[in-house]
Design a protein around this ligand. Sequence first.
Ligand code: NAP
Length: 251
Amino acid sequence: MEGNREKNIVAKVVIVTGGSRGIGAEIVKQLAMENYNVVLNYHQSEKQAKEIQNNLLEKGKNIEIFQADVSKRDEVKKLVEFTKQKFKTIDVLINNAGISQEKLFTQIEDEEWNNMLNTNLNSVFYCTQEVLPEMIKKQNGCIINISSIWGITGGSCEVAYSTVKAGINGMTKALAKELGPSQIRVNSIAPGIIDTQMNDNLSIEEKEEIQKEIPLNRIGKPIDIAKCVKWLIEDEYTTGQVISVNGGWYI
Ligand code: NAP
């Protein structure tokens, strides 16, 4: 087992923000099983993060966990420092951490609006800026932002969420142009509806109604997004794209 772990140290180093639950947790598991060196960032779900880590360590995989609120620059700096200390470098950043909120636009409080911006958009700004010196030095890197269908189409009663996800898509395209000459690729994945705790507010009936609108006739699973992440990491010529993984819900 130790030999396997030593061998893996040459594999790519990936940071996954919000890796303790849902889509992020699945990305962590899939990449670790592919022998990437993974740093799982979590905020509040320490128990889940430790469980994922222990399961993967038992399988001989390289996984570290680190608690950080990615809406705060100083905590992001510590996450990036930790990663470099453990694995020496950073090859891939997955900006996945996020929150959602359903509310009439007229009722959104300033604090809620700012929290959405800080958690879902400023976090992407902080994490990306903090990993870039290492990627620019290497003249190689891959950044994947988890956006949303609502960032493309806009979602009623999800104006704040739609705004930050559209912001992520704009950031993705602009950064891809700026960083292309440094051989750093930047892409977004825009999931449709994926079965995670984020959608626990939907009733079974509401989910069934949504399912009827999806050509592939099912709600997505975290693995559907994790597979696209894996493909994007391995790809070498895709950048600046917002890739819809939504079962055809919006085409
Ligand atoms: P989820 O199950 O609610 O998980 C959210 C994750 O984000 C958790 O691991 C959570 O960590 C982390 N997180 C939240 N705030 C954080 C912070 N300040 N610092 C660090 N981590 C933080 O949600 P999900 O469905 O997996 O969503 C993951 C991403 O996909 C989000 O960006 C979301 O907007 C996007 N997305 C989801 C769907 C969907 O239908 N599920 C659709 C489109 C896009 P802790 O639990 O440790 O606090």
